[in-house]
Design a protein around this ligand. Structure first.
Ligand code: SF4
Ligand code: SF4
Length: 112
């Protein structure tokens, strides 16, 4: 009997969570969000891949590829701080929700 008021309140009251992704919470100021790489500035040094604690970055100078696994990224910002060319930045917002797991593959430069 004591549970009944609680059950009714939960059933009929306002929803406690947001209907994400239709209604996403706005990030706080200074949030470390989506990681982006500027292909024109990246020198494929591999520093970001070496320092990433989640091992979600792969850099191949030979193939001219920078690859990023966003689902493994914890948005710590270590790679951004370590990047010697300043090509990595984190946006103030998070990646949008997706239905399928995706990997970011960026062609930077091919060795001649
Ligand atoms: S993103 Fe920065 S740290 Fe990573 S390979 Fe490119 S230049 Fe090096
Ligand atoms: S933000 Fe952190 S976890 Fe994400 S790619 Fe950079 S170093 Fe790795």
């Amino acid at each position: 009997m004591l549970m009944l008021p609680v059950v009714l309140r939960n059933l009929l009251g306002r929803c406690a969570t947001r209907p994400y992704p239709r209604q996403a919470r706005q990030p706080f100021a200074g949030s470390r969000g989506q990681l982006v790489n500027d292909a024109g500035s990246c020198i494929l040094c591999g520093t970001c891949a070496r320092v990433c604690p989640s091992q979600c970055l792969t850099v191949s100078r030979k193939d001219g590829l920078w690859q990023y696994e966003p689902f493994a990224c914890i948005c710590c910002g270590v790679c951004v701080e370590a990047c010697p060319s300043g090509s990595l930045t984190q946006l103030g917002r998070w990646r949008p929700a997706v239905r399928e797991r995706e990997r970011v593959v960026m062609e930077v430069r091919r060795e001649k």
